[in-house]
Every structure is written in structure tokens, then in C-alpha cells.
Design a protein around this ligand. Structure first.
Ligand SMILES: Cc1ncc(COP(=O)(O)O)c(C=O)c1O
Length: 386
């Protein structure tokens, strides 16, 4: 029987558009020599453009967590004090990594769904001046929260500490001005808003992070920034080890299209899609998770209707309609399901999603006005002239 490929509405990996798939299917360019160098340069410049920075871009063959570990391994030394601003699952990951690297970790732990506040970070730094680093998520994919990191980054910079930002699920979906805000390390990945397949992470490394790197004694080899910088500075830019060449080609293609669309247009598209998703969920009477859903332009976490579990909804959407959304993570397991709307989504994807969700909720016995979520999402697009 004919079966369409599944439609990913997960918060990563995201749907890979045809121009990225085509680029990833191209014959390989050898990674020592001019072909690969041009590709790597294009990705480096594209990432700098997205992040509005002149920072060096260190491109790893790894998933996003490799980028996070790379940041930890290149700036810290055992015994260093680090502050983790944790609003969910990935904040906890930073804590584990830093602990495993021997750092003395303190944290600000927000209830899941809440956003980080600059005043809390300021209070923590002023209380313990020995803290050297602040680690934080921009978009916390487990809850949908998008932290307002600009005031946090500025406060950290004013206190002469290093600010390391996991922007894996926000780069390309939410505005980031790395240099102006004072972000020292910014971490991204291939499989989120850029829409390439998984396999590449990158760290944008600013001048103060290089200073920290020079004195950092954490053990490292594969992720050592010095090796990457040396390779980048060869006559034709290289990676120190065999890279995920095809994924890089996909990222380069995605960045080419993104640059044509324009940064502002891409970010505006994410805002519009998120508004439509939220309007649709609310029309069905499904409460949104989080204290500031307006900011949640990457993923929308929706509370399960009474009497239904996320696994029932996620399972039926996938089985009956081939649409994949994500269940809750950590303490949110069983309580919410998460709709991803980052990357190359269009209004029609949202309309299709709500049509399928309504059919699923109906089969599961949930009471709602049929067509209401599609109409609400449609209204958002109509008002925006889409
Ligand atoms: C905010 C954030 N940080 C880190 C990661 C970890 O990335 P990966 O699963 O690619 O290692 C993810 C992945 O979902 C993420 O969304």
C-alpha cells in the first residue's frame, strides 16, 4: 500500500526541504582541498550572518550535544565555578556535563515552563563573584520557552563573566545578535531551523571565549577548538577530522535559501506560524504550557485534554495520519505534547496539522467544535495576508 513519508512536526529533526535533500545527495567533495573549503566557508559565513557576528565558527561532526560538550571542554577547567540557568531538560544536560568535567556547578532552577530572569542571574553572580561562566538555553525545547537572553547576556558581560548560550533550537527561528548582546559562545545544530539532516553542530566563539580557551585545562581532543581553528586557517579551509560532508552541503544549501529569504522574513515567518498554532490549540480549549507563550515561536507545548494522555494523541496522529509530534520530556512526560514549528514550515502545514488533530481528538472522545482550530489558524494567516 502506498504510504507517504511521515510529516515531522517535531522540534528537531525538522522536515528536510527538497533543495537540502538534493544538495545532500550530490557526489562527495573530498574534504582536503578547494571544493570542501568553499563549502565550509559558505557555512561559516552563513552562520555568522544568522548570528550577526564576526566570531569564529567551529563546525563539529556531532549532534547538538557535541556542540554543548565542546563549549564546556574548551573554556572550563576542573574546579571552575559555573552557573547554569536551567528552565528545563537541556539546562539539566549542561549541569551534568559541567559536573562531569569537574566544575563546581551552581544553578538557578526555574519551574518547567517559566522563563529565566536577568535579575535572578544578577543576584546569583553578585552573591558569588567567583563564578566564571554562565550557561543558558535560548529556546528550551522541552517546554517551548524562549528566554529573553539579551538582558542576561549584557548583565553577564558587565560582570566580566563568560556567557555560553545553547541556541540549538533557536538559531534561524529567533533573533540573535551575538556581538551586540555580548554572547561569548553560541551553539547551533544542523537539524533544527536550518532543516538539514542531523550530524553537524557548531560553536560560534567570540574573542573572550578564545581567551578562556587559552587557559582552560579541561581534557579534550576531538572537540578541541585549536585543532579546528588551525584547520580553518589552511589555504583551503578544512576540518581537522573527516567531517559529515553531505550534511554540510545541506546546510550550505539551506543557508543560501535563507539568505535569499532574508533574516527578518525568516524570523517573521516563525512568529506567524507560532501564532497560528497557538490560536488553533486555544480554539480547541487546550491550555498552552509556559508563562510567556507569545515568545514560544519554536515549539508549542500543549497540555493534554482531561482524560487523555500525550502518548494517545502522539500515537494516533502518527499511526492514522503520519504526522509526528513529540510527547512531554522529563517531568512533563504524560502531561503535554509538543508541536514543532521551526524550520521550513508553511501555513498549509499548520492547517493540515489541525485537521488531523481534530480527527484524532474526535476519535479519542474529546468534545470540541469541529473545524474550530483550522478556522482559528486560518484567521491568523488571513489577517496576515497569507
Ligand atoms: C535546546 C537544545 N539543546 C540541545 C539539544 C541536544 O541536541 P542533540 O539531540 O542534537 O544532541 C537539543 C535537541 O533537541 C535542543 O533542543
Amino acid at each position: 500500500m502506498f504510504k507517504r513519508p511521515e510529516i515531522l512536526m517535531t522540534p528537531g529533526p525538522t522536515p528536510v526541504p527538497h533543495f537540502v535533500l538534493a544538495a545532500q545527495a550530490e557526489p562527495l567533495v573530498y574534504h582536503r582541498g578547494p571544493g570542501y573549503g568553499a563549502l565550509l566557508d559558505e557555512v561559516v559565513e552563513g552562520a555568522q550572518w544568522l548570528l550577526q557576528t564576526t566570531a569564529d565558527i567551529i563546525v563539529y561532526t556531532s549532534s547538538g550535544s557535541g556542540g554543548m560538550e565542546g563549549a564546556v571542554a574548551n573554556v572550563t577547567s576542573s574546579g571552575d565555578k559555573a552557573l547554569v540557568v536551567s528552565v528545563g531538560f537541556f539546562g539539566e544536560r549542561f549541569k551534568t556535563m559541567l559536573t562531569n568535567f569537574g566544575c563546581d556547578v551552581t544553578s538557578i532552577d526555574y519551574e518547567w515552563g517559566n522563563t529565566a530572569k536577568a535579575e535572578d542571574v544578577i543576584a546569583a553572580l553578585d552573591k558569588d563573584p567567583e563564578i566564571k561562566f554562565v550557561f543558558c538555553q535560548h529556546s528550551e525545547t522541552s517546554t517551548g520557552v524562549v528566554n529573553d537572553v539579551e538582558p542576561i547576556a549584557r548583565a553577564v558581560r558587565e560582570r566580566d563573566k563568560l556567557f555560553i548560550l545553547d541556541a540549538i533550537s533557536s538559531i534561524g527561528a529567533v533573533d540573535i545578535n551575538m556581538d551586540e548582546w555580548g554572547i561569548d559562545v553560541c551553539i547551533g545544530g544542523s537539524q533544527k531551523a536550518l532543516g538539514a539532516t542531523p550530524g553537524i553542530a557548531f560553536c560560534a566563539v567570540g574573542p573572550r571565549a578564545w581567551e578562556a580557551h587559552a587557559v582552560s585545562t579541561a581534557p579534550r581532543f576531538y572537540f578541541d577548538w585549536t585543532a579546528y581553528k588551525e584547520a580553518l586557517e589552511r589555504p583551503d579551509s578544512e576540518s581537522p577530522w573527516t567531517p559529515a560532508i553531505s550534511v554540510l552541503a545541506g546546510m550550505a544549501a539551506a543557508l543560501r535559501v535563507a539568505r535569499k529569504e532574508g533574516r527578518e522574513a525568516i524570523l517573521a515567518r516563525h512568529v506567524l506560524l507560532a501564532r497560528a498554532v497557538k490560536a488553533g490549540a486555544q480554539a480547541l480549549g487546550l491550555p498552552l504550557m509556559g508563562e510567556d507563550p507569545e515568545r514560544a515561536v519554536v515549539v508549542t507545548a500543549v497540555k493534554n485534554p482531561p482524560g487523555l494522555t500525550d502518548t494517545q494523541i502522539v500515537g494516533a496522529l502518527r499511526k492514522d495520519y503520519g504526522i509526528v509530534v513529540a510527547p512531554g520530556q522529563g517531568p512533563m512526560k504524560g502531561k503535554v505534547f509538543r508541536i514543532g514549528h521551526l524550520g521550513w514550515f508553511m501555513p498549509v502545514d499548520v492547517l493540515q496539522f489541525f485537521g488531523a488533530l481534530e480527527l484524532v481528538l474526535d476519535k479519542l472522545g474529546y468534545d470540541f467544535k469541529p473545524g474550530s482550530s483550522v478556522a482559528a489558524a486560518e484567521e491568523v494567516f488571513r489577517e496576515a495576508g497569507q
